[in-house]
Design a protein around this ligand. Structure first.
Ligand SMILES: C[S@@+](CC[C@H](N)C(=O)[O-])C[C@H]1O[C@@H](n2cnc3c(N)ncnc32)[C@H](O)[C@@H]1O
Length: 434
């Protein structure tokens, strides 16, 4: 599984002449994006990407990205691994071939807001009852909350001793179908256990918080830019947290829970206020106890490629302080002038934008990649008490203008600019995407 990270400085070893966008995944992305329907069958998409590769290599005197005797196979493999999560595979009714559509509409604010609000509703309706519901019968609880910091006097979020038969799957919504197709890549590992790493395109995920779990053996390591394992092994922490939540959702029946105090919106559980860190500005606080291992919401951002971000937002206002990366996709979290959205009644006010940073060990929140390309889930790492400030670790290589908390692994990375990425690649503009 990957943790999402704040936008980072790249320290990759790419060639000095290799433009950042010049790679197989981006060529396929571009080919799909140039198609008016933003959707193509596998053979059509491969053909279009190879043609584009040829054209670009001639025009710009660059080597082909799809190399070797069988460039079609390279393109096909790149599509299947879908490392950057650019594509959603699906099979239209009656079609024999897999089709691909773009996982997100780059730079489209309206669609990003619509998606965000759908996820929030689904999170509150589906996941929160399991996180915040209190078992009516305490005897069904076990104390086997592995690795949890749950206070055992509080009857919260504990796992049942005996698993009941699984409850019937919920009605499949349009969003579920989207999630199913999103998870249909052959990229997911055969192990470890259950949560959301099926290879089966027809399998349902009934939760919005469907994190991506990777088996590194299946990943083309060269395509990964960031080592997502943190200083305290938080990849493992994150995977364990997700697995535990899924286990609960399978083992606990909603009718066994008192749901009278389940929150409905983020406003029931969070508030923005002056940070406890002097000079840090605003911060995010718990309004009530937030149980360990709960997805609290999503970090809003408009998804776009790094080059688009650089041309639109680099150096604009405070954009770099709030942007975040999902693989190679940047989530831009600010308005046109690079300022955060501060109207709590606004359609996309995101409380998580106000979350400050501490060291990875001290953080009580994790950023976890959801299955959808721009979905960054804010997940509790432990119980959080009422009025406690929420902190996350922004990630490696973030440019910090503040003194990082001790034991952060990024203490040597400050250069006075927040979250601003430094390229080690050339700034050759990518081909037009219109
Ligand atoms: C995503 S914003 C967090 C919300 C911000 N505090 C605000 O008032 O809008 C990131 C910015 O918060 C501040 N910040 C975050 N963590 C901090 C810390 N540990 N110490 C000082 N400032 C911090 C920095 O100015 C950083 O650029």
């Amino acid at each position: 599984m990957h943790e999402a990270q704040r936008r980072t400085k790249r320290s990759g070893n790419r060639s000095a002449v290799q433009p950042r966008w010049h790679n197989q995944a981006y060529m396929l992305f571009l080919a799909l994006r140039q198609h008016p329907d933003r959707c193509l069958s596998r053979p059509e998409l491969i053909k279009a990407a190879l043609a584009l590769d040829e054209k670009i290599s001639k025009e710009r005197n660059l080597p082909r990205v799809f190399k070797g005797k069988t460039p079609m196979n390279s393109a096909s493999a790149s599509l299947t691994t879908n490392t950057d999560r650019y594509f959603i595979p699906f099979r239209p009714d009656g079609s024999r071939s897999m089709h691909f559509k773009l996982a997100y509409e780059p730079g489209n604010f309206k669609i990003a807001v619509q998606e965000y609000s759908k996820w929030e509703k689904k999170l509150a309706g589906h996941d929160w009852p399991f996180c915040f519901g209190i078992p009516k019968d305490p005897s069904i609880l076990s104390t086997t909350t592995t690795g949890s910091s749950v206070n055992e006097e509080q009857p919260q979020q504990l796992i049942k001793k005996q698993a009941p038969p699984p409850s019937p799957p919920p009605r499949i919504t349009e969003f579920d179908e989207f999630m199913m197709s999103r998870n249909g890549t052959a990229f997911h590992p055969p192990a470890p256990p259950s949560y959301h790493h099926d290879n089966n395109e027809n399998k349902t995920n009934d939760t919005v918080t469907t994190p991506v779990i990777h088996n590194n053996n299946n990943i083309n390591k060269k395509n990964l830019d960031i080592d997502h394992t943190g200083e305290d092994g938080s990849n493992i922490v994150a995977m364990k947290a997700v697995n535990e939540l899924e286990q609960q959702q399978q083992e606990i029946k909603l009718e066994d829970l008192d749901l009278s105090n389940v929150p409905e919106t983020w406003k029931d559980i969070l508030r923005v206020g002056k940070s406890t860190i002097p000079g840090a500005g605003q911060g995010l606080f718990a309004k009530r106890k937030l149980p360990y291992n709960s997805p609290l919401g999503f970090y809003f951002g408009v998804p776009m490629t790094e080059d688009e971000y650089d041309s639109l937002k680099d150096g604009v206002g405070r954009a770099s302080e709030y942007s975040i990366m999902y693989r190679r996709t940047v989530l831009d979290a600010t308005d046109e002038s690079g300022q955060p959205f501060t109207d709590p009644e606004g359609p996309m006010f995101c409380p998580f934008h106000f979350m400050n940073e501490t060291s990875e060990k001290q953080a009580n929140i994790l950023f976890i990649e959801g299955a959808v390309v721009n979905q960054v889930i804010c997940w509790t790492k432990r119980d959080i008490e009422p009025d406690e400030e929420l902190f996350v670790w922004y990630g490696r290589d973030v440019d910090r203008h503040w003194t990082p908390a001790p034991s952060s692994s990024s203490t040597s990375q400050t250069n006075g600019i927040n979250g601003k990425k430094t390229n080690s690649t050339t700034t050759t503009p990518p081909p037009s995407t219109s």
